[in-house]
Write a protein that binds this ligand. Structure first.
Ligand SMILES: [Zn+2]
Ligand SMILES: [Zn+2]
Length: 335
């Protein structure tokens, strides 16, 4: 039974419309790519097909590593995810905390219509989820301890829809906790204020806004098809080419376009970069010490070694800071 479940866990993501990699979304991405290449890049259908299914991309060492990581991480998720904090635990905890606040009244929101509650809840969950993804992604680049993990995603030298799974398992845990916290926060507050009228607007079980994003080619963000949006739209939504630029090795593209769906966060917090023609982009990370980014050692062990180094440096900075303060106090006392 466990072996059967284990086998299913490898393919279930392709059959679940709540997941980015659902086959239906991949087909939509294919149709959009074909449309783009035919009508905007003026390629023939045959040329467009060979561009989309470019062997150099799909059979590259980098893409093979993506698959390797996908299978290993699925195994990891299968055994570890039952142990992780879930949104229900977070929601129950927060809900109980809200009940303890005497000046807050749960009945205050009951007068509003059910459709208002459902639409507001659906949008809040989507916005909160997208915003926290932006923040955590930004931290992943900012703090050396987290960058040690996130670098695994950035060592991809070719992008395919599977690259989204090219993450270190510890980064996976960080993002699961983010998700549990975000969902739990939204559920607890809405249930507290609006009771049982809270529900999501869904299509095939997925939040309607997430569904729309995925139908509109979310999988092309990790691909070699550099679809660019109109300049004004790239302030609102991250185009495939904008995320591809996030993977660029060029220094002028560092720390740009952290957004998952919305570009608004990048715009507001100053990390937005409009897309450029992606044919000129080189993807990956620049490091002198490791030439092979595609080995199991580089993908799984080295991030933990780097994380340990970053932690040591961080602790050393704290110790030095405390020493400086103590010396200052001593000097003041002696004066
Ligand atoms: Zn990143
Ligand atoms: Zn990416």
């Amino acid at each position: 039974m466990v072996i059967q479940d284990f086998g299913i866990s490898f393919i279930e993501l392709f059959l679940d419309p709540r997941k980015r990699i659902y086959l239906g979304y991949l087909l939509c991405a294919f149709a959009i790519a074909l449309f783009w290449l035919k009508f905007f890049k003026k390629l023939s259908i045959a040329q467009a097909f060979s561009k989309i299914f470019d062997k150099k991309v799909f059979f590259s060492t980098s893409s093979k590593s993506d698959l390797k990581v996908y299978f290993i991480n699925r195994m990891f998720t299968f055994f570890i995810s039952p142990l992780l904090l879930t949104q229900i635990i977070v929601a129950t905890f927060l809900f109980n905390q809200l009940l303890k606040i005497e000046w807050l009244s749960p009945a205050s929101g009951y007068a509003v219509s059910k459709s208002f509650v459902v639409i507001t809840y659906t949008s809040t969950v989507f916005l909160l989820d997208d915003f926290t993804k932006y923040i955590v992604h930004r931290w992943m680049h900012k703090f050396p301890i987290l960058w040690a993990l996130h670098k695994v995603h950035h060592t991809a030298e070719q992008l395919t829809p599977i690259t989204i799974f090219r993450t270190h398992p510890l980064e996976g845990i960080v993002f699961s906790l983010r998700s549990a916290f975000t969902q739990g926060l939204a559920i607890s507050f809405f249930f507290y204020f609006f009771g049982s009228s809270v529900s999501l607007v869904t299509v095939l079980g997925a939040n309607v806004l997430v569904f729309a994003f995925n139908v509109c080619g979310s999988n092309l963000r990790h691909s070699h098809i550099g679809i660019q949006y109109w300049s004004w739209l790239e302030y609102i939504l991250i185009s495939p080419a904008q995320h591809q630029l996030h993977h660029s090795i060029a220094e002028e593209h560092y720390d740009k376009n952290f957004g998952a769906t919305l570009a608004v966060w990048d715009w507001v917090f100053g990390s937005l970069h409009h897309s450029i023609d992606t044919d000129s982009l080189v993807l990956g990370v620049k490091t002198e010490d490791v030439n092979d980014h595609q080995s199991i050692y580089s993908l799984y062990i080295l991030p933990i070694v780097d994380m340990g180094e970053a932690m040591k440096e961080f602790l050393w900075t704290i110790v030095n800071f405390r020493l400086k303060i103590t010396q200052k106090v001593k000097r003041r006392d002696n004066a």
